[in-house]
Design a protein around this ligand. Structure first.
Ligand code: CUA
Length: 171
């Protein structure tokens, strides 16, 4: 998903740059102003509609794979996650594959961000660990393996080191 969005962003930036160049060239060309305006208004409406439709499609297609909390069917396993400068504590430390998991996240000191990543470095889901609160995020792992927890919010000197592993095992 990240690569796709990067490609789309690059393409759109190039398209935008081309549009700016075209506008600059058109505005500095020797053509009379009314001819330039007629040309611009001819493409304006289809351009705006095209961008609108494109935007709606992209928004619709990319909303569901985003790392939002997702609905869980069946009885979930609850994993308590406690963040503290600068480590994580999980209970339990591993879960079976294909079982809905609710991560109940808190912190003993400051706010921490919790990102769960697969072995390819892809962010699967995330929430905040906040002192005095328990934030819940639901996720079902579809592949066994070693997943990583990374802190996503700057929480002090060793924030970058706030990484731990979490195992998802075959049933
Ligand atoms: Cu915990 Cu950054």
């Amino acid at each position: 998903m990240q690569e796709t969005m990067l490609s789309i962003t690059v393409i759109l930036v190039i398209a935008l740059a081309a549009l700016f160049l075209w506008v600059i060239r058109a505005s500095t060309s020797a053509r009379p102003n009314d001819a330039v305006q007629a040309g611009a208004s001819r493409i304006r409406t289809p351009l705006i509609w095209g961008m609108l439709i494109f935007g709606v499609i992209i928004t619709y297609r990319t909303l569901s794979p985003w790392p939002h909390s997702v609905a869980v069917d069946g009885t979930p396993i609850v994993v308590t996650v406690t963040g503290a400068q600068w480590s994580w504590d999980f209970k339990p430390k591993q879960v079976p594959v294909g079982t809905p998991v609710v991560f109940a996240v808190t912190s003993t000191d400051v706010n921490h961000g919790v990102g769960i990543y697969d072995d390819g470095g892809r962010l699967l889901t995330q929430t905040q660990g906040m002192p005095g609160y328990i934030n819940k995020v639901k996720y079902t792992f579809t592949k066994p393996g070693t997943y990583r927890f990374l802190c996503l919010e700057y929480c002090g000197l060793a924030h970058h080191d706030m990484i731990d592993k979490f195992k998802v095992v075959a049933r």
